[in-house]
Design a binder for this molecule. Structure first.
Ligand code: SF4
Length: 496
């Protein structure tokens, strides 16, 4: 036991392999974990989100304790108050922690004299990313992803990318199948006494209570990974962008909460997927699409966060200032797609990437909702939320609030995209083809209004030339804009 040092383990660092625990196997470490009352009270957390983090922390503490570590898991007003109390009670001054995933936490731990060691929870560290970014005029995901594939030697052959192509997106955009097929199911984990205690102490603010969908231990997380590789990976690719009203996850992995808490490491996740491909158990387009999510998008977003913080989180280049609409907060809405996705979030604290981007993000973008409010709402409402996840995804990707620094063009679309990629419109009172009239689809109306409203800001973007030209050719643009004003008023009032 290292008597002179305490390892501070944060709630998203729950792995024996984190940098400061690598040389302190179970039985040899003194560990401090703090449940911060201030953090718990800081947002309108989803019940399953607050449960997931606290339960996973307590399970990790119990496991390390059982392995012989001295573990001080305490509740305190703030993280700083917890560290102070630990120092006073144990007399141990030297505290070491893996560099936190959030900008603020790094600053405050440094100010408290905590020694920070490099964060090894990603395959591409912030410093590696900064080296990759150095000298580039644009930081595009595709270039980053190819660089990752090459340097990590994943899905590569001597001649180049496996199968001869970097990207199988064109095989992964199929519409929802109409054959009534069943999708892979996942097992629920039984709640134990730790779970029950967390639920009793922290009931949370909204959403369905925890039902055991989200792994709270390393063992459960490994089970979820094995389950996905065995049943979800192969069918994942073709319909990864499709949305089905009655299906909450289709063949998506649902591994992001376990990854974001540190219960799984991205290396083992992609290695398991590639091994399944090599055994002939999963098709290449599915495996490549999944690997792209993990070593591409996920690590790209992590790298951008550190590259551009702290100013980036406050970017609002389009001057969007609407509040979060009541429809996102559970108020009934006639927009079937929104009602369905919000119900899924309420039910499980999770929705897949296209539901987030093309329903919630798209409406937020075209309606002009405040990007910082959307960031906060998603961070608190999703079981896999975190600042490093939400800031680039919302400010950059979904809401184009960074003037195109991240995405080359805004992800704005009318109801036609949702109609093509989902079965939502069939049960909706609005018509995705209409842009005016009482039954016009709000997405379609707001799409054109968004282009008109932001014509000056988007005019210099050559990828927006055609959409803007189409908008200018609309003969009913005045009527569209009048209808858009009604839609926005109803959206704000919760009557849409
Ligand atoms: Fe959503 Fe419009 Fe389709 Fe209704 S018609 S489900 S509002 S996209």
């Amino acid at each position: 036991m290292d008597r002179d040092t305490t390892v501070l383990v944060l709630g998203d660092q729950l792995n024996d392999g984190i940098t400061p625990l690598l040389e302190r196997p179970p039985g040899s470490a003194r560990i401090l974990m703090v449940e911060s009352e201030q953090k718990i009270a800081s947002k309108r957390w989803h019940r399953q989100r607050i449960h997931l983090i606290l339960s996973a922390m307590r399970h990790f503490a119990a496991e390390r304790r059982a392995g012989g570590d001295e573990v001080d898991l305490r509740s305190a007003k703030t993280l700083g108050a917890g560290i102070d109390a630990h120092r006073t009670e144990t007399g141990v001054e030297h505290i070491v922690a893996m560099a936190p995933a959030s900008w603020e936490a790094r600053r405050s731990l440094e100010a408290m004299g905590v020694e920070l060691v490099p964060n090894n929870a990603f395959l591409c560290s912030e410093t590696d990313f900064a080296e990759w970014a150095d000298g580039r005029s644009t930081l595009r995901m595709e270039a980053f992803y190819r660089w990752q594939r090459q340097r990590l030697d994943l899905l590569m052959t001597a001649d180049g990318p496996e199968g001869g192509r970097w990207n199988y997106d064109d095989e992964n955009r199929e519409r929802p199948p109409k054959d009534g097929r069943s999708w892979p199911t996942i097992e629920r984990f039984e709640l134990d006494e730790i779970d029950e205690a967390v639920i009793a102490e922290h009931p949370g603010s909204f959403g369905s209570p925890p039902e055991g969908w989200w792994p709270v231990t390393r063992q459960q997380a490994m089970h979820r990974l094995d389950e996905f590789v065995a049943t979800g990976l192969d069918p994942f690719g073709p319909h990864e962008d499709a949305m089905i009203a009655t299906e909450w996850k289709l063949a998506h992995s649902t591994l992001s909460p376990a990854l974001n808490l540190g219960l799984l490491h991205p290396a083992e996740v992609v290695e398991a997927a590639i091994a399944a491909y090599e055994r002939g158990e999963a098709r290449l387009n599915s495996v490549e699409g999944f690997v792209r999510q993990i070593i591409g998008w996920r690590e790209y977003v992590w790298g951008l966060y550190w590259q551009w913080m702290p100013d980036y989180r406050d970017r609002n280049d389009l001057g969007a200032d609407r509040p979060i609409p009541p429809a996102f907060l559970g108020q009934p809405t006639d927009m079937a797609c929104v009602a369905n996705v919000v119900a899924k979030i309420d039910d499980k604290g999770w929705a897949h990437h296209i539901e987030r981007l093309m329903v919630l993000g798209n409406l937020s973008l075209t309606a002009g909702i405040d990007p910082q409010a959307v960031t906060d709402w998603m961070w608190a409402g999703f079981v896999d939320g975190a600042e490093w996840v939400m800031v680039p995804n919302v400010v950059g990707m979904a809401l184009h609030a960074d003037g195109g620094q991240m995405a080359t063009k805004p992800y704005a679309s009318g109801g036609a995209y949702i109609n093509r990629m989902s079965d939502h419109c069939r049960g909706c009172r609005f018509d995705p083809r209409k842009r005016t009239g009482d039954d016009a689809c709000p997405f379609t109306t707001l799409y054109w209004d968004f282009l008109a409203r932001n014509e000056d800001a988007l005019g210099a973007n050559h990828r927006m030339g055609r959409p803007l030209a189409s908008m200018r050719r609309l003969t009913d643009l005045e009527e569209v804009r009048r209808r858009a004003s009604e839609v926005l008023t109803a959206l704000d009032a919760g009557t849409l």
